[in-house]
Write a protein that binds this ligand. Structure first.
Ligand code: GLN
Length: 536
């Protein structure tokens, strides 16, 4: 019999764990209780809607996430309008969570970055350190870029489970410029496949400026991520078609990649790009002379389409979701929409790894070791495959044309976290791995519990409980969480474990009890607490 049905027919006293245990439905029910209590309900065992939102936001699942639509309508049905005053009972909570896998996993701490708020704390720290950097100059080749406030700075991150965090000017829009190029390439790849696309464009870094008038020894652009190559991608997808229709498809693709948020279009940027386009025209004619374009290519249409792609506007939050869709092999984490095939994304990431940062690409691959793409607007997207994506926007550029703060941010991120492609060959434990549960790297689940007890980390104990760990579990020496919490004098943790009803006198293999540990450590409060509860 399914658990839910059984619960309804047995009409159990709600809190009675023993009857629950006998009735075979413990796991789901208890798991829900663990999750519920980890959000700290009030003394009536009810949770305010605002507290619920706070807990969810800490996991990185944000209010505007399209996966929360049905949850939001449920909450608005029971809401009195005041989220502090509207209470959710345990049964309502349970119903809510059972219907929503993303919320359940978020609160259980099983999303890609389990300790998400710690991770965001580190990002914020890097943001504040790098914010001071005033090096570099904004791009001045068109007035629209020259006029941008050089101090704008935004960082956004989105994981492949759609956990999001933004700091700084993350709601200001900026034009994509060259960060449009990977997506234009993906569109061409998706439509024509690898073989055909690379009959027209190489896949080698050029070693020169992004708009250098140079082609490879076959007379083709070096790669799709510099101007000549991006113009070629545009020629492929625009060939013999109505440019307006193709551009609509491009806009729609950006929208799908950013979880349904509509990109904008900056017409003045477009007009300026068109008006200062000699270099790009020269590149296009040079490619035509070398017979690089597919038949029927109209140079003017192709270039106008290219300028339009550069003039699309997004904010950092959106760009990070796009980067996360690439990290997620073409599926948008917020909608589950498969926008590109895995092969298209794999090839795009390979190119971003070798050619995404202009003629700093080799240096970036060496020091940062992640696929990325920058643009002259100061935009930078960085992909951490199977983990998530970052967007950084800071308009001051270095001599090569990359965002100064963007590059500095990446260096600091890689200094802290083992995201470099080859960090896995070192594994000396110096850099953090946010993909792991806090203590998982130390050893298995029981050890995680024991470590958490040792450090008095009650939040982590909650998380482990929610994942079904028995709080009475002992290691091979018979040491339990209570032994360790007592030995370290962690009063609150001992209290917490006692409330949870753990065995108060477990014996380790030296016949030691938690009380003996507390006495040995001279932890008076813990000793009193244990004795008062029957400790021997
Ligand atoms: N629109 C610019 C150009 O084509 C942009 C390129 C860039 O971001 N490097 O020259």
């Amino acid at each position: 019999m399914p658990a839910k049905e059984k619960l309804n027919t047995i009409a159990l006293p709600k809190q009675d764990h023993e009857i629950l245990a006998a009735s075979n439905i413990t796991e789901e029910y208890l798991e829900m209780q663990y999750i519920f209590s980890s959000i700290h309900p009030n003394s009536n065992n009810e949770l305010s809607v605002s507290r619920f939102w706070k807990a969810l936001t800490r996991t990185g699942i944000l209010h505007d996430d399209p996966r929360l639509n049905s949850l939001k309508s449920y909450l608005s049905n029971i809401s009195s309008g005041d989220e502090d005053q509207t209470m959710i009972t345990f049964e309502q909570f349970r119903e809510l969570i059972n219907q929503n896998a993303i919320v359940r996993n978020a609160l259980k701490g099983t999303l890609s970055i389990p300790a998400f708020s710690d991770f965001c704390g580190d990002i914020e720290e890097i943001y504040l350190e790098t914010k001071k950097n005033k090096d570099g100059e904004v791009a001045t080749y068109i007035p629209q870029l020259a006029r941008v406030n050089p101090d704008y700075y935004a960082i956004s991150v989105c994981t492949i489970d759609g956990q999001r965090f933004s700091i700084g000017d993350s709601e200001e829009r900026f034009c994509l410029q060259s960060t449009s190029k990977p997506i234009t390439y993906c569109l061409a790849h998706e439509e024509f496949g690898e073989e055909y696309v690379h009959l027209h464009v190489g896949r080698e870094p050029s070693g020169q400026k992004f708009n250098e008038i140079t082609l490879n020894n076959k007379g083709l652009p070096h790669n799709p991520l510099i101007n000549a190559g991006a113009i070629m991608s545009c020629a492929l997808i625009n060939n013999k078609k109505d440019t307006a229709d193709v551009f609509e498809k491009v806009m729609d693709t950006w929208k799908r990649l950013s979880g349904g948020k509509k990109p904008g279009f900056n017409n003045s940027v477009y007009q300026s790009e068109r008006g200062t386009a000699d270099r790009n025209f020269a590149l296009a004619y040079f490619m035509r002379e070398n017979k690089g374009f597919p038949e029927h290519t109209n140079i003017v249409d192709t270039l106008e389409f290219y300028f339009q792609c550069c003039s699309i506007e997004v904010d950092a939050d959106m760009l990070s979701i796009v980067a996360a869709s690439l990290a997620n092999m073409g599926i948008c984490p917020l909608t589950g929409d498969r926008v590109f095939s895995p092969k298209t994304v794999q090839n795009c990431l390979s190119l971003m790894s070798s050619c995404g940062m202009y003629d700093y690409s080799g240096e970036f691959a060496f020091t940062i070791g992640l696929p990325a793409k920058s643009g002259v607007s100061g935009a930078l997207m960085v992909v951490i495959p199977n983990v998530g994506g970052f967007a950084v926007w800071a308009p001051r550029l270095d001599k090569i044309g990359n965002s100064v703060k963007g590059v500095e941010f990446c260096k600091k991120l890689i200094g802290k976290y083992n995201f470099h492609k080859y960090d896995n060959v070192i594994n000396d434990g110096i850099k953090k791995d946010p993909r792991l549960k806090k203590y998982e790297s130390k050893t298995n689940n029981i050890m995680s519990l024991i470590w958490a007890a040792t450090y008095g980390d009650i939040e982590e104990i909650h998380r482990l409980e929610a994942n079904g760990i028995d709080l009475n579990a002992a290691d091979y020496d018979g040491r339990t969480a209570l032994h360790l919490a007592a030995a370290e004098g962690r009063v609150e943790t001992v209290e917490y474990l006692l409330v949870k009803g753990v065995n108060i006198n477990p014996m380790d293999r030296w016949s030691g009890t938690p009380l003996m540990d507390a006495q040995r450590g001279n932890h008076k409060q813990v000793v009193e607490l244990l004795i008062a509860n029957g400790g021997k």
